[in-house]
Design a protein around this ligand. Sequence first.
Ligand code: PGA
Length: 250
Amino acid sequence: MSRKPLIAANWKMYKTPAEAKAFVDAFLPLVAGHTRDEIALFPSVTSLATVVEAVAGSNVLAGLQNMHYAEEGAYTGETSATMLKAVGATHTLIGHSERRQYFNETDSIVNKKLHTALIHGIVPIVCVGEHLHEREAGLTGSVLLAQLKGALADIKPADASSIVIAYEPVWAIGTGKTATPEMAIGAHMIIRAEIANILDSSVARAIRILYGGSVKPDNATDLLDQDEINGALVGGASLKPDSFASIVKY
Ligand code: PGA
């Protein structure tokens, strides 16, 4: 199977440009020559240009944590796809649970952003995942289905091959609680089956599904060694070069 894993660092609202540059300077030598996985950093918007410049010519990519769906316009505080690309970034997160929770990002907004990312050739990482009460009520599958149906509405299978899905159970994000490999595999299989239904089975086979939620150096191997888990979206443990490098090189 040719699903090259992607290990992504979501720095959230951490790091000034100087701190981001110091991270990259320390990190690149630690992962030099690493080709098994794609590696991507997602800094804040103010550090994006610095990170793009610092990783140029290396095996590390850069993207943004959020992007607006409109081409341009009166959207105070937002960043467009054209702006993201003009700086040299190639990836964007879409629908992270913190965006859904604190910024009212709905499945329909996620869908609009996904269309815009694909039009612009930006690699989108679409985040989905259930809350604890939903898991406990046996609703994980239906929550994932609703999020995927919403996110993938009117996406054509032929345009979908660059889409990356991140399964991020909300109860595992920033909590130190990690899904077991079995839980993650179960959710990933549900996601892949739904993608086959919504798009088609060849897209479903090819699409990369990452796991996110308290991935750390000491649990990375158990999770990332699974065929069904095609990489990780890492928050807290991605803030230090040695910690993120040891996840990349699990
Ligand atoms: P965490 O965050 O690794 O700190 O749990 C993951 C994420 O929010 O993508």
